[in-house]
Design a protein around this ligand. Structure first.
Ligand code: FRU
Length: 484
């Protein structure tokens, strides 16, 4: 069964109805992928094939709430200029009628294969899930092949998000699951031919590998080798806040470890959050032909106040992060913006900044800009950087804090973590988002924010003497064609 053309016609109508809304929206994202209309969540099916990058995404084109998801689709030859393609998967089959949920893409014999979760609800709202496959010759039009893996015994229907890869001559699929005891797990299935899959079992999870209680559901797992280590990225749901950790509703992070693909065992260290901001979830990675491991994530989280975001008034919500390259540094995964993003820069202003308690620094910035700050001396006391009179970055010599105005109601909110030394910052600003790469990507904070439209200020201040070199680049607009 090929894509339903009526469904695509309805999507096209929604998109063209929203064109004017987007043109006047001061919070529209520019070099970040966002939906032309409706709600976007997880990045799906990331792959580079025949010179083209494909980013699919969870998409409800008809509402700004989480409903029946389709797979939206953007393509690019350079990670900068993107084009919206027809929806790749729409929820029109018995096995995915309530949503084509998250999954992944692989190449085999020159074809692109998508693996995704068919979500089905019955009249009493009971859920069933099927792991499904779709195939394409051109990377644009997909033929659904239906379920390839059914729910194994011992699991609830919270069983989804297949990520498929090849290792030692066999295909493996890792999925997020909840077992019947109510524990989150990452589970594995194996196949010789991509069509017949054998369920194997969990490789990690809550109460597995001495982890203790670690959530009631694990979503969006991704297992890959990075500089000789096997990294398992996963999104556990149900962790309680612990000191500075786990303050978002759900978490996204990784384990560093060793995966044995013949015994299907994984030994690992502790869980580390991938991002310390407010809005980062469901990351997925892929490897390109140069061997780079690239990550994109949903710059959002299913949260109570997501519906308070002002873009809802313009019939869209959420976006994806910029593409980030992953590398290991010791036991840590570091993230740096894909170097291609430098092509967005078109104008630079450099500032030699000398701060002391009496002298702060102000400059104008455009809503689309990249800012780098190199510190020339150790910061022992308070340092603050304020973006567009909304997002604040605070460092006191020990703790790093990101603060923003709340989306709903009055007041401000913070996320924080320990940081021994602050050497540099690289900040990517879009009209309503900020991504801060700290110390060459050792830590990252990603957040949406909705500043007063006319606020164009950056302010730096300090309690002691701080010297830094700051570069501000204006970034090109309109690199994403959302109308195909
Ligand atoms: C993560 C998630 C996935 C699921 C998808 C549905 O945000 O809940 O587990 O496949 O979103 O849109």
């Amino acid at each position: 069964m090929f894509q339903d053309s009526d469904y695509q016609t309805q999507i096209d109508a929604e998109i063209s109805d929203n064109v004017q809304n987007l043109e006047i929206d001061p919070y529209r994202l520019d070099y970040h992928l966002m939906p032309p209309v409706g709600l976007l969540n997880d990045p799906n099916g990331l792959i580079k094939l025949n010179g083209t990058y494909h980013v699919f995404f969870q998409w409800n084109p008809f509402e700004t709430t989480h409903g029946k998801k389709a797979w939206g689709h953007y393509t690019s030859s350079d990670l900068i200029n993107w084009t919206l393609e027809p929806a790749a998967l729409v929820p029109d089959a018995w096995y995915d009628k309530n949503g084509c949920y998250s999954g992944s893409a692989i190449e085999h014999d020159g074809k692109m294969y998508l693996f995704y979760t068919g979500n089905v609800k019955d009249d009493e709202d009971r859920r069933s899930t099927y792991q499904c496959m779709a195939v394409s010759n051109d990377g644009i039009h997909f033929e659904k092949k239906g379920p390839v893996l059914h729910l194994p015994d011992g699991y609830t229907p919270h069983f989804r998000d297949p990520k498929v890869w090849k290792t030692d001559g066999q295909w493996l699929m890792i999925l997020g699951a909840q077992n019947e005891q109510g524990h989150g797990e990452a589970v594995i299935a194996a196949s010789e031919n991509l069509v017949d899959w054998d369920f194997i079992g969990p490789i990690a999870g809550s109460n597995i590998n001495n982890l203790g209680d670690f959530g009631y559901m694990w979503e969006c797992p991704d297992l890959f080798e990075l500089d000789g280590r096997d990294i398992l990225i996963v999104c556990p749901q149900g962790l309680e806040a612990d000191g500075d950790k786990y303050h978002n509703l759900f978490q996204a992070g990784y384990f560093t470890g060793a995966f044995d693909s013949s015994m299907y065992t994984y030994s690992h260290e502790d869980f580390t959050e991938l991002d310390r901001g407010f809005d980062f979830y469901a990351p997925q990675t892929f490897i390109d032909e140069a061997g780079r491991r690239i990550l994109l994530a949903w710059m959002g989280i299913t949260d109570d106040d997501e519906q308070d975001q002002p873009t809802i008034g313009r019939d869209w919500i959420h976006g994806l992060t910029i593409p980030r390259v992953l590398e290991m540094k010791g036991d840590r995964v570091i993230q740096t913006p894909a170097p291609e993003l430098q092509k967005l820069r078109y104008e630079r202003v450099s500032h030699a900044v000398m701060l002391n308690p009496e002298t702060s620094f102000h400059a104008g910035i455009e809503p689309l800009s990249e800012i780098s700050v190199e510190f020339k001396n150790d910061i022992m006391d308070g340092f603050e950087l304020v973006l567009r009179n909304d997002v604040k970055v605070i460092y006191d010599g020990q703790r790093f804090i990101i603060e923003r105005r709340k989306f709903s109601g009055e007041g401000r909110e913070q996320r924080a973590f320990q940081l021994e030394q602050l050497a540099n910052l690289r900040i990517f600003l879009d009209r309503s988002s900020v991504e801060i790469f700290i110390n060459g990507g050792e830590e990252v904070c990603s957040s949406r924010f909705f500043p007063e439209v006319d606020e164009r200020n950056i302010e730096l201040k300090a309690h002691g003497a701080v010297q830094c070199e700051m570069n501000v680049w204006n970034l090109k607009e309109n690199t994403i064609d959302m109308y195909g």
